[in-house]
Design a protein around this ligand. Structure first.
Ligand SMILES: [Zn+2]
Length: 333
């Protein structure tokens, strides 16, 4: 489906999700609340901020190792999403979208960027998350201090797959033990890495380390740890379903895959998880990086999903995250 067709439908979806919300100022129309659990806070670097065509992996190019590698992101389409040119442009655009769509975000990455967003947003709307993918990044003591400071409420994006490591690798165990003890939910990257990830961007990445079943030893060692699988373990739906069936507290997010893989494939994957009975365990996430309009594009996939009921959409966009992160829903209306 082209974006030209999608946009008017997305607008209809947005209208359906508006409601009357009484406030101290009187009756104002507010979008029903949305929680995006997967946002990256980073300083804009114009040299690396290319425009991007959503669902660009619909046509993965062939290639030859003796030729220059193909582009990781396709920028060649009628209306690519524009990358922000500066930190201010990105922040202003993000804040405007968050206000308009009544959004709360879980943001990981540059702490200075996160603090700036917190200042600009309504209180409580930017939830800081601490990134850690390998033990070489931070000592356990420094990690414990950071998580105990009260600033960070979440641990993630944890991405041992990019180091060629299983999430159950014992070198990470002490960090997960800290998160378990402090009641901090953890987001772990599993599954998708994009086109030719190993050849083009991350030589240590291993597709096999994205198998959701690799989480089982970690979960067995830390029964109170709250884990969500970022990118929903795509494309390993069977393994994801088996893991969630056996482990009652595991959730997934649909970030990244929702705007990069072919749209029909994205919808089939989400539908499969819902059909298998896990509609209450799917969190909405964008994997927002440098393209401000990516929020509307990705949220539109859920709003336009004709295989989801209104209640199932509300679960994915809001209710499931409230439950998973132990939030007070009344603060986000
Ligand atoms: Zn990721």
């Amino acid at each position: 489906m082209s974006r030209k067709i999608l946009l008017p439908v997305a607008c209809i979806g947005s209208i359906l999700l508006m409601h009357l919300n009484s406030s101290a100022q009187g009756n104002t129309k507010r979008h029903l609340p949305i929680i995006d659990v997967h946002v990256h806070a980073m300083k804009m670097n114009p040299a690396f901020a290319a425009d991007m065509c959503p669902w660009f992996l619909s046509d993965m190019p062939g290639g030859d190792p003796n030729q220059p590698p193909p582009a990781f992101i396709n920028t060649d389409c009628a209306s690519p999403l524009k990358a922000a040119k500066s930190d201010k442009e990105f922040e202003d655009s993000l804040m405007a979208t968050m206000r308009r769509l009544n959004m709360t975000i879980v943001a990981s990455g540059d702490a200075a960027v996160i603090r700036s967003w917190q200042k600009a947003a309504e209180p409580g709307r930017v939830i800081p998350s601490l990134t850690l993918s390998s033990s070489s990044e931070m000592t356990v003591m420094a990690f414990t201090d950071s998580l105990s400071s009260g600033f960070y409420k979440v641990m993630g994006e944890t991405a041992p797959q990019y180091q060629g490591m299983s999430p159950s690798d014992t070198s990470l165990d002490a960090y997960f033990a800290v998160a378990e003890k402090l009641n901090i939910p953890v987001g772990i990257h599993m599954g998708t890495g994009g086109n030719g990830s190993i050849n083009i961007t991350n030589p240590k990445y291993r597709a096999s380390m994205g198998n959701p079943l690799l989480l089982e030893d970690l979960l067995a060692r830390h029964p109170k740890l709250k884990v969500w699988v970022m990118h929903a373990g795509y494309p390993m739906a069977d393994e994801m379903i088996a893991l969630m069936g056996a482990n009652a507290y595991v959730y997934v997010d649909v970030a990244g895959m929702i705007w990069s893989y072919p749209l029909a494939e994205v919808n089939d994957y989400i539908k499969r998880l819902v059909q298998a009975g896990f509609g209450k365990r799917i969190l909405y996430g964008t994997d927002l990086m440098v393209w401000p309009k990516l929020l509307e594009t990705s949220i539109g996939v859920i709003e336009n999903a004709n295989y989801l009921s209104f209640d199932q959409k509300r679960d994915i966009l809001f209710n499931n995250a409230v439950r998973f992160f132990r939030l007070d829903a009344s603060k986000y209306q």
